[in-house]
Design a protein around this ligand. Structure first.
Ligand SMILES: *Cc1c(COP(=O)(O)O)cnc(C)c1O
Length: 374
């Protein structure tokens, strides 16, 4: 059994994907060919935003957004402590300081109260200037924007939505990647919408930001002259071949895959809810189920269950084994575990189960039977 079965998806979409790749090769428009523009238009429309600018990966997408706001030394950028490294690393690479915020244990997303406490702490200390907040749509569910956006407004912070895992989710009918001043996603193969390599996208409603992003992903070039460089940018574009792969995948994603993963999640939850803490999807929220993550009683039981599943050929993952405050790269910050009780609890107890739109009922039942034994 696969944790995320990309081969099953390929078998279902093979004719369109193969034809798309072949067309790009025939056209030899490998960089910013027509499929890239077509994809950008479709994605912008789907999430309900004016602009989509694709780029090389989800990490570059975050970095480009932070560069637009000129994040650098002395700036505080608030993000979740329980996320993939890039949510914070992109601030560090620009010389800014990520300020890590504890999570809500029921959704694994940033706790808005903890966010406000961290902003107040930074203001009281007076060393850093609060500039932006990077809420993460972890495991497919949008962060609590109803509460985070007013806090950002109150303190004058830009909002950068890290929707790398959230694409396809929604809140009160509004799609993920529409909540930030700038929002980003990733097309890493295992994400809800993945390509066959690295890829990413940035969303905004602001015409000027859109124009600057298009320049910044190509060395800060002017719109008309590639060798007229106006500011310091990156080389970060989505390959045309990846766009051609994403077009049929996006069609399947919209037509049935988001529904399919929600059916898988419902079946898991129905079977497991009496014995485990199953994922909480808040009222009015829809998850795109980047991960289906249960909470077990403690680390010993979690590790034993993971070993038992493995013995029977079932892969499972611990997302994430440590909080960002525990990473070697952030040791210098001297952050105590006691500041992040919910992150610590999550790292000890989470277990993510196989999840993808092509997971069969028999396989879900097999996994659940093992989890429900004894
Ligand atoms: C995957 C991921 C990223 C980075 O995306 P890449 O395409 O791998 O660079 C950023 N943030 C989160 C939350 C992610 O899960």
């Amino acid at each position: 059994m696969q944790f995320r079965d990309l081969c099953a998806q390929y078998r279902a979409l093979k004719p369109e994907i193969d034809a798309g790749i072949q067309e790009v090769i025939n056209s030899s428009a490998f960089i910013l060919g027509k499929p890239v523009t077509e994809l950008e238009n479709k994605l912008a429309k789907y999430v309900g935003r004016k602009h989509c600018v694709t780029c090389a990966n989800g990490t570059d997408a975050l970095q480009l957004a932070l560069m637009i706001w000129g994040i650098g030394p002395g700036d505080a950028v608030f993000t979740s402590d329980f996320t993939y490294f890039a949510s914070a690393g992109t601030t560090s690479i620009l010389g800014g300081t990520p300020v890590l915020v504890d999570i809500d244990l029921s959704t694994f997303n940033m706790d808005p109260d903890a966010l406000e406490r961290q902003i107040e702490r930074v203001l009281a200390e007076g060393k850093l200037k609060p500039k932006a907040v990077v809420p993460v749509d972890l495991f497919g569910q949008p962060a609590d924007y109803d509460r985070i956006l007013p806090i950002a407004t109150k303190y004058g912070l830009n909002v950068l939505e890290d929707g790398a895992q959230g694409f396809g989710g929604s809140m009160h009918g509004k799609m993920a990647c529409s909540f930030g001043d700038i929002s980003t996603t990733s097309f890493f193969p295992a994400k809800p919408l993945g390509c066959y390599g690295d890829g990413g996208a940035i969303f905004t409603d602001d015409d000027e930001v859109d124009a600057r992003l298009r320049s910044m992903r190509a060395q800060g070039k002017s719109p008309v002259d590639k060798y007229d460089n106006r500011e310091i940018g990156m080389n970060s574009r989505l390959d045309t071949i990846q766009a051609a792969i994403l077009l049929p995948k996006f069609k399947a994603f919209v037509e049935h895959e988001v529904d399919d993963v929600n059916r898988v999640a419902d079946r898991y939850t129905e079977r497991l809810k009496n014995k485990y803490v199953t994922p909480t999807v808040l009222p009015g929220f829809v998850s795109s189920w980047a991960q289906y993550t249960i909470l077990m009683e403690n680390r010993e039981k979690r590790d034993a269950m993971q070993a038992k599943l493995k013995e029977q050929g079932i892969p499972s993952m611990v997302y994430y084994p440590r909080g960002l405050h525990q990473q070697e790269a952030y040791k210098w910050m001297g952050l105590e575990d006691s500041m992040y009780p919910n992150t610590i609890e999550a790292t000890n107890r989470v277990l993510s189960l196989p999840m993808h739109p092509y997971l069969k009922d028999e396989d879900i039942d097999l996994i659940c039977n093992i989890l429900l034994e004894d």
